[in-house]
Design a protein. Structure first.
Length: 129
């Protein structure tokens, strides 16, 4: 994969991921305001955000038609990313001088790279230009 294409995809992936984060946060806040308990609210908002992220990423980043099979792969990758993010945040907060918010920011950066790599190399491999 050439570096220009990789940079362009990475930049676009940052935009689609940011859009999904806004959806996730907005739905989460609305659910909490409606009285939905925290864990179900966080889970549902995450799942809705993955659908939005998948649709945007399919078309805008990798120029692929969305399919159920690819969405399930995307969801699996996002779930692994979630586990990595939480585990790394907990580890950094407990075992380094980083405060929890800084640990979370560092974990988001690592997870972003992980998610992009998994999507580029597995979920959307052989994506057309």
């Amino acid at each position: 994969m050439d570096m220009v294409k990789l940079r362009r995809q990475g930049s676009r992936y940052l935009l689609t991921g940011g859009s999904a984060a806004v959806v996730d946060t907005g739905i989460f806040a609305l659910e909490l305001a409606a009285g939905v308990p925290l864990i179900p609210a966080a889970t549902l908002s995450f799942l809705v955000a993955t659908v939005v992220n998948y649709l945007l990423t399919s078309r805008f980043v990798f120029h692929r038609e969305p399919t159920l099979r690819r969405y399930l792969m995307f969801l699996a990758a996002a779930s692994l990313g979630l586990v990595l993010n939480v585990a790394l945040t907990a580890f950094l907060a407990a075992h380094t001088p980083l405060p929890p918010v800084a640990a979370k920011v560092a974990s988001i950066a690592v997870t972003f790279i992980f998610n992009f790599a998994v999507n580029a190399l597995l979920v959307f491999r052989h994506a057309p230009e």
